[in-house]
Design a binder for this molecule. Structure first.
Ligand SMILES: [Zn+2]
Length: 410
């Protein structure tokens, strides 16, 4: 009798499990580069996690089904260069030039951002309390090698006395759940101090370094940065900046770039307000020098100029001839790996259900670089629906809503 009862219970729970998905995204073209998947699939979500990715999961197995036919379904986008230490009373990228993450991420399919060095070890606690702990967007940070980060007077970032590897590494280790690397930026001096101290801190904490090379000076050539000073896994951001030696006088890609890439140095976009030129990017990409990761360098100035947002930026690469699969890899799985968070950036069952649903619009579009020049294009990605841990956090056209005239009458 007991045996029979147990069997019945098992059968009931199996039947219940069949209908237990919280949400089903049905009929979209799923791009999940980590799992080498680019095909029409259904994606089932339960308890904030990816539960299944398969052909034809019946709608009857889910409490709610959203039709995403003719749309792309990708992992939530991972943007590893933003400035979101807003709300401080200080100036520049730490303060008035920074944005609040939730206001600018979900609408562009972004679910994870990395603040690139707005804070240093002295003010990281404030950043964490104020922004990281209070955002729905997953916010990670690169700690600036400058203890005071990017705040206040312009000379703060030039103060080599405040570039201390030990306290920087200590704060990074103490906050290793959210600190994913070290940053140096905007350094103008002739010496290697900023880069080398950042790399030292990265070594102490066991995390990568991202470099914004600041002023390009003959005393410290960029070639030496990527061939000698950076370690494999370290990141050179602003890769299509005008100052980066990229093309020889005949327009040929300079071979040292490929050599540096072979060493394991990572090249990241970091478009920003002044760091992306068509005259660098178009010939470089034609010759195969594509980015390892596509990141925005989001802040108040860049988002109101040529950069705009993550999807506008990704669309630039599509219109330069890269494939959907290639651009999604560079905005999901690649950046997740670069910051050593391999649990993110893919749709493997069991992974957190951070998901972007995107529409590829066709038409006549224009894309602006940081010198204000335009490239015309005919495709533009639009953020239709974004899920953060299974919850709808952005829904442009009400895909998740009932039509108004089906509402119950009161
Ligand atoms: Zn930046």
């Amino acid at each position: 009798m007991l045996k029979h009862g147990t069997l019945l219970l098992l059968m009931i729970s199996a039947a219940w499990a069949q209908t237990s998905y919280d949400l089903l995204l049905k009929g979209g073209h799923v791009i999940d580069p980590r799992n080498n998947l680019s095909a029409v699939r259904d994606v089932a979500i339960s308890q904030g996690k990816i539960a299944a990715v398969a052909e034809n999961i019946p709608a009857s197995q889910a409490r709610k089904t959203i039709d995403v036919a003719n749309l792309y379904v990708t992992p939530g986008l991972v943007d590893i260069h933003v400035h979101v230490f807003a709300g401080s009373m200080q100036r520049e990228y730490l303060g008035e030039n920074a944005v609040r993450p939730d206001g600018f991420t979900f609408r562009s399919g972004v679910t994870t951002v990395v603040d690139a060095g707005s804070s240093g070890w002295r003010n990281f606690g404030e950043f964490r309390d104020q922004m990281i702990n209070r955002s729905k967007t997953r916010v990670f940070a690169l700690l600036n090698i400058v203890g005071s980060g990017m705040g206040g007077r312009p000379d703060v970032e030039q103060n080599t006395k405040d570039m201390e590897p030990h306290p920087t590494a200590e704060v990074a280790i103490r906050n290793k759940d959210v600190v994913v690397g070290i940053k140096t930026a905007h350094f103008a001096g002739p010496e290697w101090t900023a880069v080398d101290r950042a790399v030292e801190a990265g070594g102490l904490a066991g995390i990568p370094v991202m470099v914004d090379f600041g002023n390009f000076r003959p005393e410290r050539p960029y070639q030496e940065l990527v061939l000698k000073h950076l370690r494999p896994g370290d990141i050179s951001t602003h890769m299509y900046l005008g100052a980066v030696p990229m093309l020889d006088p005949n327009g040929k890609l300079m071979p040292y770039l490929l050599e540096a890439r072979k060493r394991g140095v990572i090249f990241d976009v970091g478009h920003g307000g002044g760091s992306f030129l068509w005259r660098q990017a178009i010939p470089a990409i034609k010759q195969g020098f594509t980015p390892d990761s596509i990141s925005t360098d989001l802040h108040v100035t860049s988002m109101n100029a040529g950069m705009k947002d993550m999807l506008n930026l990704i669309s630039k690469f599509l219109n330069m001839g890269m494939s959907m699969d290639d651009v999604i890899r560079r905005s999901t799985w690649n950046p997740a790996r670069e910051i050593h968070h391999e649990e993110l950036g893919h749709l493997t069952p069991g992974a957190v259900a951070d998901v972007a649903v995107l529409r590829l619009a066709k038409g006549q579009f224009g894309f602006i670089d940081s010198s204000g020049f335009r490239m015309r294009g005919d495709q533009m990605l639009v953020g239709e629906l974004t899920l953060r841990a299974g919850e709808v956090v952005w829904d442009l056209n009400g895909l998740n809503s009932e039509d108004w005239d089906r509402a119950p009458r009161r």
